[in-house]
Design a protein around this ligand. Structure first.
Ligand SMILES: NC(=O)c1ccc[n+]([C@@H]2O[C@H](COP(=O)([O-])OP(=O)(O)OC[C@H]3O[C@@H](n4cnc5c(N)ncnc54)[C@H](OP(=O)(O)O)[C@@H]3O)[C@@H](O)[C@H]2O)c1
Length: 284
């Protein structure tokens, strides 16, 4: 039985991952955007499995202040109920936008939620993860391939191209996982990215309009149901020894972009630290 945190647990892939974990008797903390959606998801999970060990915390994770607040509540729960150990953190929450929107901190939505919130949540939870010799699993995508980071304007303030911004955030997931292994595998921690494939969820229809909304509503129909990629997460949670690979699809390592290397990972790491006003350090 593992102690697992899943972000974006109220719908789509994250919800299916919670279902899979709970049916294998793992203990789960789900994180969702609002108290209402968390309660709805909790009830639905308990309807399917009355003995499920599930608790939800709600936070708008694109607001970094909220990541900080929820982290202290979660750390208290881990210390009181999980013996200070977190086996797996699944950074899965994500969004798509049609136009340039910013958070309270002034950061672009997709960059803030899809990358910075994972970076900061992992920072706050690093000690229980290391105590458990645990794993960090991030939902990336094939769309990380064939692009570079837009270093001169990471948040696309000048010319906002929604799909390019989304792809960059999935590349940032890969660079973060690479950087995490570089710095923390020595302490027994391992990070992975999952390629879930094309999945039939509503991600491209939430807070979007026009072309982005229309393209996704057609494209998603070709996707698999969320329980299909949920198997890869279960595999990464349950494997006894840290599985080989960085980028995982259908329980196997998959080739990833050559842009995912130490130089680029370090560069993004330093920028992310600055944007989050933290110093990750090698071990806190
Ligand atoms: N669908 C695909 O084909 C596909 C392919 C590759 C990668 N992915 C990645 O898979 C992950 C999950 O996406 P999905 O397709 O399962 O879509 P989804 O059903 O929309 O799931 C996204 C989750 O993130 C949550 N979320 C959104 N904004 C949030 C915020 N500000 N604070 C906290 N939580 C927030 C959503 O909450 P609500 O329930 O309240 O909306 C939802 O639980 C994303 O990282 C996405 O980039 C998806």
């Amino acid at each position: 039985m593992k102690n697992v945190i899943v972000t974006g647990a109220t719908s789509g892939i994250g919800f299916a991952v919670c279902e899979a974990l709970l049916s294998s008797n793992h203990k789960v903390i789900g994180i969702g955007r609002s108290a209402e959606s968390c309660e709805k998801a909790r009830r639905s999970l308990l309807e399917k499995n009355a003995n499920a060990d599930i608790i939800f915390f709600s936070a708008d994770l694109m607001q970094l202040e909220e990541v900080k607040k929820i982290s202290s509540e979660i750390l208290e729960h881990i210390s009181m109920h999980w013996n200070g150990k977190l086996d797996v953190l699944i950074n899965n929450a994500g969004c798509v936008r049609s136009r340039y929107c910013t958070t309270k901190e002034g950061y672009e939505h997709q960059f803030a939620l899809n990358h910075l919130s994972s970076f900061l949540l992992t920072y706050y939870l690093i000690n229980p993860l290391i105590k458990a010799q645990g794993r960090v699993v991030i939902t990336s995508s094939e769309s990380h391939k064939g692009i570079k980071m837009n270093w001169n304007d990471l948040m696309f303030t000048r010319f906002y191209r929604p799909l390019r911004v989304y792809k960059q955030s999935k590349l940032a997931n890969m660079l973060f996982a690479f950087g995490l292994n570089d710095r923390h595998s020595v302490y027994g921690l391992r990070a992975y990215c999952v390629d879930p494939g094309l999945v039939n969820t509503k991600i491209g229809e939430k807070q979007t309009y026009g072309l982005v909304n229309m393209v996704w509503s057609l494209r998603k129909k070709k996707g698999v149901t969320p329980d299909v990629p949920a198997n890869s997460y279960l595999y990464l949670v349950e494997s006894d020894n840290h599985p080989e690979g960085l980028y995982i699809h259908k329980n196997k390592p998959k080739e990833y972009s050559s842009y995912v290397n130490r130089e680029n990972a370090d560069r993004l790491w330093k920028i992310s630290e600055k944007l989050c006003s933290i110093e990750f350090g090698r071990f806190q």
